[in-house]
Design a protein around this ligand. Sequence first.
Ligand code: HEM
Length: 187
Amino acid sequence: MDAGTLRRPRVWLPVVAGVGVAVGLGVYGRLHDPSGTSGIGDALRLQTGKVWLATAVMLLAVVQLITSLSVYGKLPSRPGIPALHRWSGRIALLLSLPIAVHCLYALGFSSASLRTLAHSILGCLFYGAFVTKMLLLSRPDESRPDESRPGEGRAWVLPLAGGLVLTAIAGLWLTSSLWFFTTVGIG
Ligand code: HEM
């Protein structure tokens, strides 16, 4: 058995952990009784806050995409880019937490329409893919220079997980904020 074969199962641990988080959130959202929001005025204010916060997360996701392309040599690189990538990711995650806590606790996992079903699935996928990505980053073999680019070694899993995180954020924004802006309005 060579070293590559020995290391292979380690890639699956982050994947299994991510799937566990995604499924766990979905099961919680489905089983728990949504608390709802009190009063139309309060609900609308809260919704407006959430859609703008989600828009900030979406913009940070764009920064994440551009900086990751730069880290992978697809766009011109600058010395501060990796730090910008890390910090925009951290801030995006922090901003997403209050929104998701409200979504999960007060609204739950909804299959009332195709949009809310897609939104609920994407919300769970987002945190699952995020956990997988973070755990992959901590794998020593993923940070090796010779395995740090897509297509070399198994380093393709990292951009794949990152791509899933960004896709989930874009889908979340489309199914919540964009829907809100186009049906309720921007103000
Ligand atoms: C963790 C899993 C998540 C679940 C189960 C979930 C579920 C829901 C549901 C059922 C709604 C109501 C949709 C409607 O009737 O219009 C909603 C709304 C919304 N969600 Fe999520 N969501 C999740 C995560 C997220 C995340 C991560 C974000 C943003 C980063 C987000 C942003 C929003 C926004 C902006 C709204 C519209 C405001 C509102 O209706 O309160 N959600 N979510």
